[in-house]
Design a protein around this ligand. Structure first.
Ligand SMILES: C[S@@+](CC[C@H](N)C(=O)[O-])C[C@H]1O[C@@H](n2cnc3c(N)ncnc32)[C@H](O)[C@@H]1O
Length: 277
């Protein structure tokens, strides 16, 4: 491991806003297989972590946490938690939040697969999925698969919104198919966010996040925009009785071929952070 990563990992231990649970205490062997234990903050985020009341908003796969930080400033009465598995990326957001004394920001280092260990029923008011890996080969690894929606439903308040902002036409079309198959309420959807700005803003009227949607561009979003990809966005709720079903009308082969493999060119360096457009 490089010196810079080690330095960041060491510094991560000093940030009060960054929670890094030990995976070995989360997942334990039970008599009939692996068991996911509840983490001590479950149901207690406002009381124990933020020490203030407020609706809780999650950014899953937050990377450096651009949305978490930006939304926390625009919506000061809400509490924001950025979740990612990569400590060197979380370092950026956690350092920023610490240096700027942002009282309504926390970061959680864990796999999203374990997310239901951290939140109690109705504890979360909305979720952002920002440039999630499309996971073209593994449906159950997609952050909008029925498996993940089931996990989110265990803690999302009634009417809570899931926001998906992505460069991936594959993931966008897949998520639309999941919503169709489960008759979920899609509040707004566009395959070209910036091209359909006025319509989207009109349909989002009254939602505090509307400005952030256009004004925050994450590290990955900037890279994909430079490469000429359009940005897809959709927002939906999980108002569904019974188990979520897998979509039958999604043509994975077609959408895979329509979505070229991305080049990862980190032009501008790793330090580009938190610039609004
Ligand atoms: C393509 S990056 C996007 C990062 C950031 N949202 C952005 O737009 O710049 C995907 C992020 O998801 C994180 N990630 C992928 N799979 C994950 C998982 N299973 N659990 C937690 N984080 C995950 C990666 O570490 C990475 O930071």
């Amino acid at each position: 491991m490089g010196h810079d990563k080690l330095r960041k990992f060491r510094e991560n231990l000093t940030f009060p806003c960054l929670i890094q649970p030990d995976a070995s205490s989360l997942i334990v062997k039970g008599s009939s297989g692996l068991v996911l234990n509840d983490y001590r903050t479950k149901g207690r985020w406002n009381e124990d972590v933020f020490r203030r009341e407020g609706p809780i908003v999650l950014e899953l796969g937050c990377g450096k946490g651009e949305y978490t930080i930006d939304l926390s400033r625009r919506m000061p009465s809400d509490n924001f938690i950025g979740v990612d598995i990569k400590g060197a990326r979380l370092w950026k957001g956690a350092k920023y939040a610490t240096e700027h004394s942002l009282a309504n920001v926390a970061f959680l280092r864990t796999r999203v697969e374990f997310i239901s260990a951290f939140f109690a029923p109705s504890e979360v008011s909305s979720i952002w999925l920002t440039f999630s890996d499309p996971q073209m080969k593994s449906e159950n690894s997609r952050l909008t698969s029925p498996l993940f929606l089931e996990r989110y439903r265990s803690f999302l308040a009634p009417g809570g919104i899931v926001n998906l902002k992505t460069d991936s036409t594959f993931l966008y079309q897949y998520t639309l198919a999941v919503c169709r198959s489960n008759s979920l309420n899609v509040l707004v959807s566009t395959p070209d966010l910036y091209g359909e700005r006025d319509r989207v803003l009109g349909e989002m009227e009254g939602r505090g996040e509307a400005e952030s949607l256009f004004e925050v561009q994450t590290f990955y979003e900037k890279m994909f925009l430079r490469q000429g990809y359009k940005i897809n966005y959709m927002a939906f709720t999980l108002d569904h009785e019974g188990p979520f079903v897998y979509p039958e009308d999604f043509d994975a082969a077609f959408w895979r071929s329509a979505d070229p493999r991305r080049k990862l060119d980190f032009q501008g360096g790793d330090d580009v952070f938190f610039e609004t457009v």
